[in-house]
Ligand binder design. Structure first.
Ligand code: DGL
Length: 270
């Protein structure tokens, strides 16, 4: 079973693409909606929350967890991979992956790319993880970052089509447009819910890759390279959803975001 974790509903943008690309696997989605947003919290808290979520998903039988959350990927993933898993799950064939590396590789590989924009939460932008990773692949890239702290709460409220959200979105995007970036990285898994507006505002001159599609492709490669995890397609694949907050609200918004029915959503405590 593959676990997909986010602070809230944003990871559904990643799950949606994964379900399209790899429909025959079992998935468990966990949204820590009760404690979202993570993006304004300290590294220590983000790490603790992410480790608690990982423990819960491992206990449910997941052998691979995708942190479908840039904030958790930028603030907790490295420590989880290097310290937490080796000490707590010594010798077990399990792993936790993030969403940053596949996006960085995609954008750094674009032809004639010189100027890249990043839009993300305060935690992700403050970590400078995207700059660091992009510069490892292409030291000449000029990277411009923008925090967008109001977008996650607006999306968690389901305010996707509201004019107020569009207005705030434009305010965040304008500085990046002015910098004439050639590609824009959506460094928060909530933002792809606004992908059509973002692409429209940035115009066709700017490449805005869909993070879900990129993560789904890299998951295919990862599963091929890691048969030892023993994650295999099943004849009756299941997708289960769990939230730490109100399951009714999660289902209502989640089905709209995911574009398919959720058979059940259960509330859990971390
Ligand atoms: N989807 C998370 C991310 O990608 C949201 C962050 C938050 O909870 O603030 O960063």
């Amino acid at each position: 079973m593959i676990g997909i974790f986010d602070s809230g509903l944003g990871g559904l943008t990643i799950l949606k693409s994964i379900l399209k690309t790899l429909p025959d696997y079992d998935y468990t989605y966990l949204g820590d909606n009760a404690r979202a947003p993570y993006g304004n919290k300290s590294q220590e808290i983000i790490y603790r929350y992410t480790a608690e979520a990982a423990d819960w998903l491992f206990q449910r039988g997941c052998r691979l967890i995708i942190l479908a959350c840039n904030t958790a990927s930028s603030k907790a993933l490295r420590q989880i991979q290097r310290e937490y898993l080796p000490s707590k799950y010594t010798g077990q064939k399990i792993n936790v992956l993030g969403v940053i590396r596949p996006l960085v590789e995609e954008v750094a590989r674009l032809p004639k790319i010189e100027r890249v924009g990043i839009i993300g939460t305060k935690a992700t932008v403050g970590s400078q993880v995207y700059e660091t990773e992009l510069h490892k692949l292409n030291p000449d890239l000029k990277v411009f970052s923008q925090t967008a702290p109001l977008l996650v709460p607006l999306i968690e409220e389901g305010w996707i089509d509201k004019p107020e959200t569009k207005m705030i979105l434009k305010k965040y995007l304008r500085p990046l447009k002015t910098k004439q970036v050639q590609a824009l990285i959506l460094a928060c898994t909530h933002y792809p819910f606004l992908l059509p507006e973002i692409r429209h505002f940035m115009t066709k001159r700017v490449a805005v890759p869909d993070p879900g599609e990129i993560v789904a492709q890299s998951l295919i490669n990862y599963l091929q390279r890691h048969p030892e995890l023993n994650i295999r397609p099943t004849s009756g694949p299941t997708v289960r959803f769990y939230t730490t907050d109100d399951p009714v609200k999660f289902k209502q918004l989640g089905e709209k975001f995911l574009g398919r029915k959720m058979e059940s959503v259960d509330k859990i405590e971390l």
